[in-house]
Design a protein around this ligand. Structure first.
Ligand SMILES: C[S@@+](CC[C@H](N)C(=O)[O-])C[C@H]1O[C@@H](n2cnc3c(N)ncnc32)[C@H](O)[C@@H]1O
Length: 239
């Protein structure tokens, strides 16, 4: 199906066809999806990159033109494109999918793009370097493991910001991931690694991509959305 003729049902079918919980299969799946990724996510009213940018515009206190941004699980470069509109100019991207990185490369926004499967592999960047670290749409079961969150904090400069956006997908693995993630965020705060700037819950993160494909004939009000969260932290300056 050509990209221009895809429907919401095609998009939902694509989401539902990725069944493996192995991150290696998952990133392979994203490589096959890369050509239709943005179109399908737009059809499902995916708002995660906009939520990240909105949180940054509320809470980022530095000069965006000078800031160095690490975009983890950067995918096709959607987040960087929106941040560029906000004035950010310097981006490094990381993703486990070669196909998605090729899309990110085409944006021309990243000074460096790194292929890495987080979990099996560490985050391949130096410590204390980035003014902003983003991870959008990739903190979930079968995606980026919670153990990588400390790595995000490690990569940020003292006083730098970490912006994490995720959707509350259905099912026990997603619920358990969220609980464990929030425990880890809190633990890191208690250890003095960072402090919470904001945690937001949003009702409409995206349309629920895992509902049955019965969209025809439904009114807009009947479309079901999943909620999402934005977690925004500031890395501590001293020990
Ligand atoms: C839903 S997309 C989000 C992309 C982008 N941040 C956005 O919001 O459009 C999830 C991305 O996470 C990447 N990903 C999933 N698990 C990963 C892992 N363990 N290591 C690196 N990248 C991963 C996928 O390849 C995919 O590009």
């Amino acid at each position: 199906m050509s990209e221009s003729r895809r429907s919401a049902d095609d998009a939902r079918a694509a989401f539902q066809s990725c069944k493996s919980s192995d991150p290696r299969d998952r990133v392979q799946f994203y490589s096959c999806w890369a050509d239709n990724y943005e179109k399908d996510h737009t059809l499902m009213s995916y708002r995660a990159p906009n939520l990240a940018v909105s949180c940054l515009s509320d809470h980022f206190t530095g000069n965006p033109e000078k800031a160095l941004v690490l975009d983890v699980a950067c995918g096709s470069g959607w987040v960087a494109r929106l941040m560029f509109e906000m004035g950010f100019r310097h981006f490094v991207g990381v993703d486990g999918s070669e196909g998605m990185l090729q899309k990110a490369e085409k944006t021309g926004l990243y000074q460096d793009l790194k292929l890495v499967l987080l979990g099996p592999q560490p985050l391949p960047v130096q410590s204390d370097v980035f003014d902003v670290v983003t991870i959008v749409g990739a903190l979930d079961a079968g995606f980026v493991p919670i153990s990588a969150v400390r790595e995000l904090c490690r990569a940020a400069k003292p006083g730098g910001f970490v912006c994490m956006v995720r959707g509350n997908h259905r099912g026990a693995p997603a619920a358990s991931y969220k609980k464990d993630l929030e425990t880890e965020l809190q633990r890191m705060e208690e250890e003095g690694l960072w402090s919470r700037v904001a945690i937001q819950e949003v009702d409409r993160y995206m349309e629920d991509p895992h509902l049955k494909i019965e969209r025809d004939g439904k009114t807009e009000e009947e479309v079901v959305y999943i909620s999402g969260n934005v977690y925004f932290y500031k890395k501590s300056v001293g020990p």
